[in-house]
Design a protein around this ligand. Sequence first.
Ligand SMILES: *[C@@H]1O[C@H](CO)[C@@H](O)[C@H](O)[C@H]1NC(C)=O
Ligand SMILES: *[C@@H]1O[C@H](CO)[C@@H](O)[C@H](O)[C@H]1NC(C)=O
Ligand SMILES: *[C@@H]1O[C@H](CO)[C@@H](O)[C@H](O)[C@H]1NC(C)=O
Ligand SMILES: *[C@@H]1O[C@H](CO)[C@@H](O)[C@H](O)[C@H]1NC(C)=O
Ligand SMILES: *[C@@H]1O[C@H](CO)[C@@H](O)[C@H](O)[C@H]1NC(C)=O
Length: 541
Amino acid sequence: MGRTSPMVTFFFVLLVATAVLGDDPYRFLTWNITYGDIWPMGVKQQGILINGQFPGPQIEAVTNDNVIINVFNSLPEPFLISWNGIQQRRNSWQDGVYGTNCPIPPGRNFTYVMQFKDQIGSFFYFPSLAFHKAAGGFGGIRVLSRPLIPVPFPPPAGDFTLLVGDWYKANHSTLKYVLDSGRDLASPDGVLINGRGSDGNTFTVDQGRTYRFRICNVGLATSLNIRIQGHTMKLVEVEGSHTLQNIYSSLDVHLAQCYSVLITADQPALDYYIVVSTRFTSTVLTTTATLHYSNSAGRPVGAPPGGPTIQIDWSLNQARSIRWNLTASGPRPNPQGSYHYGLVNTTRTIRLANSAPVINGKQRYAVNSVSFIPADTPLKVADFYKIPGVFSLGSIPDNPTFGGGYLQTSVMAANFRDYVEIVFENYENTMQSWHIDGYSFWIVGLDGGQWSAASRKNYNLRDAVARCTVQVYPKSWSAIYMPLDNVGMWNIRSEHWARQYLGQQFYLRVYSPANSWRDENPIPRNAFLCGRASGRRTRPL
Ligand SMILES: *[C@@H]1O[C@H](CO)[C@@H](O)[C@H](O)[C@H]1NC(C)=O
Ligand SMILES: *[C@@H]1O[C@H](CO)[C@@H](O)[C@H](O)[C@H]1NC(C)=O
Ligand SMILES: *[C@@H]1O[C@H](CO)[C@@H](O)[C@H](O)[C@H]1NC(C)=O
Ligand SMILES: *[C@@H]1O[C@H](CO)[C@@H](O)[C@H](O)[C@H]1NC(C)=O
Ligand SMILES: *[C@@H]1O[C@H](CO)[C@@H](O)[C@H](O)[C@H]1NC(C)=O
C-alpha cells in the first residue's frame, strides 16, 4: 500500500472539519415570558404566556437542527424552561431543570443553545420551576425527518398538535402554597385541549385526506383517553420512535407522553367530536373539540363517544401492543431494528419504588424512601466547579428499602457506557408516570404484581418501543433497558406534578472519567451562576 495521497488527506481533513463545525441549520427564536390573563375554563386566571401566547409557540425543527432560543424572563420571579424528550446530547447544561441550571433571574434573559441531534418525533416544553406548569408556559415541539430519510407513511395533508391536559382553576401560587403547607391537591377542575375547554378548538380537514395528529399530555395529575367520533386512529410515532401502525378506536395518553396518529377523513361530510377524558378517576372529566370537514353539512350528530374509565387491563394491553417497527427508519437512514437492544447484556439493575410518606408532619413523595429536596446550588454547576457539600453520590439506594421516608438531595452515580435495567415498582394504588431526561429507553416489560428476576423471562427483547416516558399501573411494575451513552446530570422524575414537586424525583449523574469535551460540553459561556457558584467565571470567550 502506498502513502495516502495529499488530495485524499485534504478531503479527509475537510470532512472531519465539517463534522466538527457542523453545517446543520440554525433556527433562532426569541421568547418573552410574561403573565397575562387567560380564561381557559370561563374564569379569569393569570397565565404564563410566551410572546403573548397560551399555549406557547410551537417549535418546528428538523433532525440535527441547532435551535437557539433567547428566553427573556419578564416575570417577577425566577424561571426556567425544560424540553421534554429533547436529549441534549453531552449537554445537560441546556436541560433547564433545577439541578442543571441557575434560574433566569426576573428581568434577565438566557439563550438556550441546543442541537436536536439524531432525533425525530413529537415532544413538548414546559416551565420547570415552582408550580409554573399549572399556569401554562408549555408548547409543542416537532422534529421532522431530514429530506431523503424515509418516513414509513405518506406525507399527511396536515399536521396538528393537540396539547391535552387536566387543569386547575386555582392559580399556580395557590397550588404551590397548598403543597408547601404539606397538603395534597384536590382533583383538577377540568381538561383542556390547546389551552381551551369544551368546543374551544376546531381542526378542519378535507374529506378523503389523511392528517397527522400529535397528542401530548401536558397535564399535572391524570392519565387521559382520546378518541374521535366515527374515526379510528393509526398509531405511527411515539416520542421519536416509528411504531407498528396499529389501529385504535381510542388511545390512553399518560402524563407527559406524546403520540402521533394518522386520521383519515373517510366519513360523511359532517363535524365530529374529538373527546378527551380522564382515566382512573372517580369523577370523569371530559372535554371536546371539533373535527370539521371543510365541506361539512353541520354540527356533530349524537353524543360524544364514551371511552374507558377505570379499566386497567384494557390500558395495559394497549401499552403492550405499542411496538417498534424494526424495518422503519428513525432519525437515521438505517432501520430502527438494526440496534439489537435485547442482545446486549445489562450491567446494572436499578429498582425504584415510589411511596407517599409523611415527613415532619407534611405530605411528601419519595423514590426508594428518599424525598428529593433542592440544594442551594444546581447540582451540575456544583459538580463542574467541584464545590463540596452540595450533594453526595450514592445518596439514594439502588433498591427499594421499604423504610420510612427522609429528605435528601438525592444523586445516583452511574458510569458512562453502562447498560442499565431500571424497574419502576409501584406498590401504591395510584397511576404513576416516569420520565428520564437525556435519554430514550426501551420498555421491555409492564405487568401487574411484584417484579422479580423471573419476570425477565417475559421481557420483550425484540420490538419494544423506545421512548422517554413510561407509565406504571397501580400495584404493578414497568421495566426498561437504557444504554448510558449521554454524560451529564439527568433528572429522573415523576410526571405527576405534585409528586415531582414534593420529592418524587432524583438526579442520575452519568460520569466519564475521561473528563473530555468529546464526552461532555463545558459550562456554557452565558450560564448564570448562583448559590455557592456565584462570582465564579464560566470560560473565556
Ligand atoms: C416583554 O413583554 C412585556 C409586556 O408586553 C414588555 O413590557 C417587555 O418590553 C417585553 N420584553 C421583551 C424583551 O420583548
Ligand atoms: C440576552 O440577550 C442578548 C440579545 O438581546 C444576548 O446578546 C445575550 O447573550 C443574552 N444573554 C444570555 C445570558 O444569553
Ligand atoms: C392566586 O389566587 C389567590 C387566591 O385566589 C389570590 O389571592 C392571588 O392574588 C392569586 N395570585 C395571582 C398571582 O394571581
Ligand atoms: C413498518 O415500516 C415499513 C417501512 O419501512 C412499512 O412499509 C411497514 O408497513 C411498517 N409495518 C407496520 C406493521 O406498520
Ligand atoms: C451475555 O451473558 C451471557 C451469560 O452470561 C453470555 O453467555 C453471553 O455471551 C453474553 N452476551 C454478550 C453479547 O455479551
